[in-house]
Design a protein around this ligand. Structure first.
Ligand code: GLP
Length: 238
């Protein structure tokens, strides 16, 4: 694992954006795994700025997001689908047909998980997966205890994750209880992983990831087994 130290959130975001832009410039048909949450927002802002000023093109990029809330359709403003359009896609020249998120309102959610997994495989697998991390070590929505063998699957969100994400909602009761997420095995099949970690609330989780044992009770620890992981963390998290 390679660790890049950033001064603060803004610096982490700049470094992450630069990292991704370089990959996109080298491979304009990159298959990019994306994440939601507060952590990558700054990175997305910089990707948009760069697209405006330097014209980096996304027209042949394919994206797969990590997860989506169950019961939220793409037009629900709290869906991850809406988040991605609001924070990134609507400002880029990416083609809608190349954008993929799990469908949280699929009639058969189990079938949807299978189909999402197959689609990723058919496209050729994810070249680089951007990740944030929950303070309990979750990646995507893979909560502590999730099997490392899991592919895209349905999950029940823990109370702590719902509380952490409540800031995006009017009330905690509005936070969904279930989600579809790429599994740990899905994430681990990405050729490369870029993990962003910012702020004091992630400090213990980062310490655990770097120094603790690899175990299912701390999902992010699995990244120690991946051959190509880069972590960009700011000083408050380190
Ligand atoms: C959410 C998302 C994850 C994200 C994590 C951290 O639950 N499903 O993909 O990485 O929580 O969120 P944040 O970046 O807002 O701290």
């Amino acid at each position: 694992m390679r660790i890049i130290e950033a001064i603060d959130y803004e610096h982490m975001s700049s470094l992450a954006a630069r990292y991704l832009i370089e990959k996109i410039s080298t491979n304009p048909e990159l298959i990019l795994g994306l994440a939601t949450g507060g952590t990558p927002e700054g990175t997305y802002k910089r990707l948009i700025e760069d697209h405006r000023t330097n014209g980096t093109s996304y027209k042949d990029i394919t994206t797969y997001n990590l997860d989506e809330y169950v019961g939220f359709s793409s037009d629900n403003p709290n869906s991850y689908h809406a988040f991605m359009y609001e924070n990134l896609f609507s400002e880029l020249d990416i083609q809608d047909t190349n954008v993929h998120l799990p469908n949280g309102v699929a009639i058969d959610l189990v079938e949807e998980c299978k189909a999402y997994e197959e689609l990723i495989e058919e496209t050729g697998g994810i070249d680089i997966q951007l990740l944030g991390m929950g303070s309990n070590g979750h990646i995507g929505f893979n909560e502590p205890g999730t099997s490392f063998e899991a592919n895209t699957h349905l999950v029940e969100l823990t109370q702590s994750t719902r509380e952490a994400n409540a800031r995006f909602f009017k009330a905690i009761d509005d936070v969904p209880r279930e989600a579809i997420t790429m599994g740990i095995a899905t994430i681990m099949r990405s050729k490369e992983i870029l993990l962003l970690v910012s702020g004091e609330t992630k400090r213990n989780a980062l310490k655990e990831l770097l120094n603790g044992d690899v175990r299912e009770s701390f999902p992010a620890s699995v990244l120690n087994r991946h051959p190509n992981v880069t972590i960009i963390a700011d000083q408050k998290a380190l």
